[in-house]
Write a protein that binds this ligand. Structure first.
Ligand SMILES: Cc1ncc(COP(=O)(O)O)c(C=O)c1O
Length: 340
């Protein structure tokens, strides 16, 4: 694999790329695959098997970004009543608000405290008759904090029939998921978002999924275009899911990197939050933009979150393969001495 000149630790990608088996599969595709509309049967079955549900519980999307957009569009379809609202926490992944406003809605956010613990009572209290959907990520982005599954199930019950969309983009790393057929039967207002961009290293191919009860997914199926994934993505997915060994290797690398980052920041006297995801949020104070720029100049990209409400003074660093992490830590140590 050709290594990029930069160490990309700003978008929580798989810093090793996809499984070699995926690349072999893509190489074997031919002119017909480019010329014909894709068939999703194998990809949908593979995703369903990966999530432990039947295929009618899975809607494949062009990245989870499209799944978020589709969930909001489906929830906003009824245009009667007040301006439709979504509810979430702040700070959070920005696409919940981007999709809400793009569709003419308004997002209401509940501020998280400095520990980034979820206050489900406060989220439930923010739900009004205008609320169509509540967006929460588990683990939370940007802190990496895991949310208790019981609290999420309880929240879904309390806000029904408003949709609870739990974004499990980083669930491969935490090992915890709400996905189970019986959960969707008990909680028909629950939708789960998943992505193959992170643990599976397929961000460039754009493959996500919304998982939920078949009836609950139906309105989203009317929103997502029939050929939302291209043929290369559809062919890559079964190969990626089959290569369990590669995914497990990457999860180990990410966990080791997370521990290395937490230890390095602790040694440097910089506060972090216990993360269950493939990234670590660290408080560096007012120097955040200067540190991010100085690291960028050394070829290490990290994410400046310091301007966001609830994230002041923080940067987020992806925990990728250990080799990249060691290089990043060396650069961070150097930069911290230089940027006072
Ligand atoms: C919490 C969260 N949800 C969704 C996504 C989008 O994933 P995808 O690449 O599948 O669109 C990201 C990407 O960074 C994310 O952090």
């Amino acid at each position: 694999m050709i290594k990029p000149a930069t160490t990309r630790l700003h978008l929580n990608e798989n810093t090793a790329g996809c499984s070699p088996a995926v690349f072999d599969t893509l190489r074997a595709l031919g002119r017909g695959d480019a010329g014909f509309y894709p068939n999703y049967d194998a990809a949908r079955e593979a995703a369903a098997g990966c999530f432990g549900v039947s295929a009618d519980h899975v809607l494949l999307t062009n990245g989870l970004d499209e799944g978020i957009l589709a969930a909001a569009a489906a929830a906003f379809r009824d245009r009667t009543g007040p301006i439709p609202e979504t509810v979430g926490v702040a700070p959070a992944f920005d696409m919940y608000e981007v999709c809400t406003t793009a569709l003419g809605g308004r997002m209401v956010t509940v501020p998280l405290d400095g520990s980034y613990d979820l206050d489900t009572a406060a989220v439930a209290a923010a739900v009004t008759s205008a609320t169509r959907i509540v967006f929460l990520a588990n683990p939370h982005n940007p802190s990496g904090r895991p949310l208790p599954l019981d609290a999420l199930r309880d929240l879904a019950r309390r806000i029904a029939p408003v949709v609870l969309f739990v974004d499990e983009a980083y669930a491969d790393f935490s090992g915890e998921t709400l996905i189970a057929p019986e959960v969707f039967t008990a909680l028909p207002n629950l939708l789960i978002g998943r992505t193959f961009s992170k643990a599976y290293g397929l961000a460039g191919l754009r493959i996500g999924a919304v998982v939920g009860g078949p009836a609950q997914l139906q309105p989203l199926r009317h929103v997502v275009p029939p050929y939302s994934l291209n043929a290369w993505a559809a062919a890559a997915l079964p190969a990626a899911i089959d290569d369990r060994g590669y995914r497990d290797w990457y999860l180990e690398q990410a966990a080791a990197s997370r521990a290395l980052l937490a230890h390095a920041f602790d040694t440097l006297g910089l506060p972090t939050w216990p993360s269950a995801a493939n990234f670590v949020l660290v408080h560096v104070g007012e120097r955040a933009p200067a540190i991010v720029a100085a690291l960028g100049a050394r070829g290490v990209l990290v994410r400046d979150r310091s301007k966001e409400v609830g994230c002041e003074g923080c940067i987020r660093v992806t925990a990728g393969i250990v080799e990249d992490t060691r290089r990043a830590i060396a650069a961070i140590e150097e930069v911290l001495c230089a940027v006072r």
